[in-house]
Design a binder for this molecule. Structure first.
Ligand SMILES: *[C@@H]1O[C@H](CO)[C@@H](O)[C@H](O)[C@H]1NC(C)=O
Ligand SMILES: *[C@@H]1O[C@H](CO)[C@@H](O)[C@H](O)[C@H]1NC(C)=O
Ligand SMILES: *[C@@H]1O[C@H](CO)[C@@H](O)[C@H](O)[C@H]1NC(C)=O
Length: 271
């Protein structure tokens, strides 16, 4: 009895942490498939080797590497009925920053939004906000990237410029329409129903560190910063257990990594 009460309490606590993450069986499946090339990232005085790999994320909590999920995935939907229209949202629930102003469990950071998907084929949809791969900061616990498959009741005419109405608490201009994304409000305002779910979990890898040091838009990041915690470099700073509320190297890295993600997505959107 006591243990089932404890379990129920734990489950309630868990669902409160991510009120927009569905629980139980869902009627449809979303499969997110990546094709990663073989790569070597030379950074932190060593070579990080990434093997070529084709793999799919179709369940909750699949462990992945940022380097192997950097390229746009292909997606498939199973279990749909003819005429169904879908939206796919991708969200990072672990992008805290000073005062939690980038994304947390209640209001995550938007990584992708596709609407008006028909024929159960995500490539038919309108890309409102293009895919940005994981860029979890070094020296922090892995981040979870959630994919929500949402069934529409009608076509949506959303554009990226409409998104700031779902981020009223987002005060960082570079993240307008993306940070502190009000998922629950977005779902109800657009009359969506969550019908499928998958998620992947990623911590910093050689790709993240290589990108932070070598990408032209990341001139602020030194090898000494991004290589912390690796043999031969400074140890990771001590992590706060609660979401950080004051500025620290870690927090700055988190913001800058996320900022880089955004810049990266603009560069790709322009290409
Ligand atoms: C991944 O799939 C592509 C395309 O089908 C194929 O060319 C490649 O060899 C595959 N890579 C691996 C590691 O299986
Ligand atoms: C959504 O679909 C409707 C109907 O096909 C279309 O008129 C509208 O332009 C689409 N909106 C977007 C943002 O793709
Ligand atoms: C978030 O924004 C809403 C609506 O503008 C406001 O009522 C609320 O106080 C804000 N919350 C925080 C934590 O700033």
């Amino acid at each position: 009895m006591l243990s089932s009460i404890t379990t129920i309490t734990a489950l309630i606590a868990l669902s409160n942490a991510h009120p927009w993450v569905p629980s139980g069986d869902l009627p449809m499946d979303l499969t997110v498939t990546f094709s990663a090339p073989e790569m070597v990232y030379s950074v932190c005085d060593r070579d990080f080797t990434q093997s070529a790999k084709n793999f799919s994320v179709a369940t909750a909590g699949v462990a992945v590497n940022p380097g192997q999920t950097a390229n746009d995935p292909t997606m498939t939907i199973t279990g749909a009925s003819p005429g169904d229209m879908f939206t796919i949202l991708m969200l990072d629930s672990d992008a805290p920053a000073p005062d939690n102003d980038v994304g947390g469990t209640l209001k995550p950071l938007l990584h992708m939004l596709i609407t008006n998907i028909t024929n159960a084929d995500p490539s038919t949809g309108t890309v409102v906000d293009p895919y940005v791969g994981p860029m979890p900061p070094p020296c922090q616990p892995a981040n979870t990237y959630h994919y929500l498959l949402l069934k529409q009741t009608a076509a949506l005419s959303l554009t990226f410029d409409d998104l700031p109405q779902y981020t009223p608490n987002c005060t960082l201009p570079v993240f307008a329409g993306k940070c502190l994304f009000e998922v629950t409000n977005f779902i109800s305002s657009n009359q969506l129903t969550t019908v499928g779910y998958a998620s992947m979990v990623a911590g910093a890898d050689g790709f993240v560190r290589y990108t932070q040091v070598n990408d032209p838009v990341l001139s602020w990041m030194t090898e000494a910063d991004t290589c912390k915690g690796i043999d031969g470099y400074d140890p990771c700073p001590t992590l706060a257990t609660a979401p950080p509320s004051s500025s620290s190297d870690n927090v700055k890295m988190s913001i800058m990594a996320s900022a880089w993600c955004l810049i990266f997505s603009f560069i790709f959107a322009l290409n």
